[in-house]
Write a protein that binds this ligand. Sequence first.
Ligand code: AKG
Length: 298
Amino acid sequence: MTQSIQLPIIDLTSPDRVSTARAIRQACLEVGFFYLINHGVDEKLFKQVLEQSKKFFSLSLEEKMKLVRRNHRGYTPLYAEKLDPSSTTQGDSKESFYIGSLEGKGVVSNLNQWPAEEVLPCWRSTMEDYHRRVLDAGIRLISLVALALELEEDFFHKSGACDSPNAFLRLLHYPGELQLSEQVVYGASAHSDYGMLTLLATDGVGGLQVCREKFKKPQIWEDVHHLSGAFIVNIGDMMERWTNCLFRSTLHRVMPTGQERYSVLRFHHMLNSFFFSNSLFYPLFRSMHVCGMLVYVI
Ligand SMILES: O=C(O)CCC(=O)C(=O)O
């Protein structure tokens, strides 16, 4: 039987920011996952997002394929993705819809695709509202992450990293029927996220699992429970790299449960100019030295 993991709970409104930052640090060192509560995104809005997401995925395949993914935005059909390329099974049993940043300039502006208003009224405005509100929560969280790294609270903001985040909202639908073959068909096969932070909200149906020791064989997977109203936050590869593996980008997957499942992810990546700027990398690398965990040498 799979064990469950007890993730730490971080309260975004706690007035004691020093203790909160300490708790985030501990969570990121040990698991790379935590629950975020009091994040300011209204439960009612999340329910509307789930409703609208259900409406989109219930459209005919022909209708959904009109918005097939282009420029990393739009619809991806069932089995079209396999997050673990080493897995010998067919593609992942999920369909998804990607919405890129709303604030893009130049070549990235207006690349998002939207269902027509007459097909799904209020769909676009609901998604845009949610996208912006989760961005606000993410930006507040990033200040605490800076503190957790023993950096100035406004480190990421001052360096311009939050000005126009390269952030994606991703709607997911796992249809839920179990295959009657020998092969396990994953909802989402094992992977880590490549960005900085991910904020995940689900409809409460289980299936999410984490593997704390990605290099250990056999791998041990633990169930992550739903906590009503909370985001499940995890660290991505970019943050793991910035912190020289101090913060962990943990392997995770979604197992089939036989139940239909909906989830919504918001990925926070940072500006490319931030990522490639050595002068900005340097303070993070120095802070790794303090922890005696130098792995990458620049
Ligand atoms: O749907 C979920 O609970 C997680 C999905 C996920 O990890 C992903 O798509 O990167």
